[in-house]
Write a protein that binds this ligand. Structure first.
Ligand SMILES: C[S@@+](CC[C@H](N)C(=O)[O-])C[C@H]1O[C@@H](n2cnc3c(N)ncnc32)[C@H](O)[C@@H]1O
Length: 311
């Protein structure tokens, strides 16, 4: 199979393939479906990310180790989940101790997750879904991101939103917030005359947060909170009347820091309804080559993203 991967992408792919033939097969299947333009965009991101990693003394080899560690963690959590029917983490306190406040683990996890945006078909498709929302409101002046993690989504958005006056990021993990900040500041192209706030807090605990935003991004946070309706209601309060939200989560997706299990798409969208949001578009993405119905039946993880607005 000849895939037109460029140098950095090929380099990362080779490092992954050497250690996991399963990943090799899966990534080849995905990359084989991409256009030249899509592969070029991946290459541009990876070149930039590689430079950022190197500035932070993280060799590409170690970043790939982080990626594979994240894959193994997820695989092990899933095996346990199939046996017990339960997610491995019971509470936010446990997730804070083991993950969010453990800077070594969190850094490795976020670097691994950043890489997955270009090597997992479902993550790539959700990233593209987010991009479609940002492009549809390219004149937005205010942007809030909850749980930016690795910072890649913020980076993309800041590049597009030339008229932005206010950028705010809220993350429970100091490590995530620092990674995001460092990644944004690393790129000197941005005009940092904008108002920028980086808030290290649990978004559910933010009091007197009465700003309104035209764009809100909340990628992979809903499954991390035990009270998802509170998260959605806080988002609702922060959304401008014509604003849009990108939100992603997953169904049957145990992980080292997931406390909230979604059973199906209705389970997620009933919450959106309760919080008085309307779904403008959605992506429902089983991580294996099976239909939605089969994925639900076999408890195969399904990634999900939606663009929402006020009802
Ligand atoms: C799995 S990462 C997602 C990163 C990125 N948004 C993405 O979709 O790839 C989840 C991020 O949300 C943060 N997070 C989890 N619970 C949170 C909460 N209650 N308030 C703010 N941030 C939270 C974590 O620290 C982490 O940075």
């Amino acid at each position: 199979m000849r895939i037109d991967r460029q140098s950095t992408t090929q380099n990362v792919f080779d490092l992954i393939s050497k250690k996991s033939s399963f990943q090799k097969k899966k990534i080849n299947y995905f990359h084989n479906k991409l256009t030249r333009m899509e592969l070029k965009k991946i290459e541009n991101y990876l070149q930039l990310y590689k430079k950022f990693l190197s500035k932070n003394n993280i060799a590409l080899n170690n970043a790939v180790t982080s990626y594979l560690e994240m894959c193994t963690d997820m695989f092990n959590c899933h095996i346990k989940f199939l046996r017990t029917g339960k997610y491995p983490v019971k509470s936010l306190t446990e997730a804070k101790k083991k993950v969010y406040f453990n800077s070594k683990k969190m850094k490795s996890y976020m670097v691994g997750l950043a890489i997955s945006q270009f090597f997992w078909e479902t993550h790539f498709k959700m990233f593209k879904h987010l991009q479609s929302m940002i492009l549809s409101k390219a004149n937005a002046k205010s942007y809030l991101e909850i749980g930016p993690g690795h910072g890649l989504f913020s980076y993309y958005s800041l590049n597009i939103l030339k008229k932005l006056l206010n950028y705010t990021a809220v993350d429970i993990s100091k490590t995530s917030l620092k990674l995001t900040k460092d990644f944004l500041f690393y790129n000197s192209k941005f005009n940092f005359k904008k108002e920028l706030s980086f808030i290290n807090m649990d978004f559910l605990e933010l009091k007197n947060f009465n700003k309104k935003f035209e764009l809100i991004v909340c990628g992979e946070v809903l499954e991390h909170v035990s009270n998802p309706i509170k998260l959605l209601k806080n988002i609702k309060k922060s959304l401008d009347k014509n604003g849009k939200i990108f939100i992603s989560t997953c169904i049957n997706c145990p992980a080292i820091d997931h406390v909230n299990q979604f059973l199906n798409v209705d389970h997620i969208e009933n919450l959106f309804n309760k919080a008085k949001f309307k779904v403008i578009s959605r992506k429902v993405l089983p991580v294996e080559k099976v239909s939605y119905k089969i994925a639900i039946k076999k408890k195969i993880t399904i990634n999900y993203s939606a663009i929402l607005k006020h009802i």
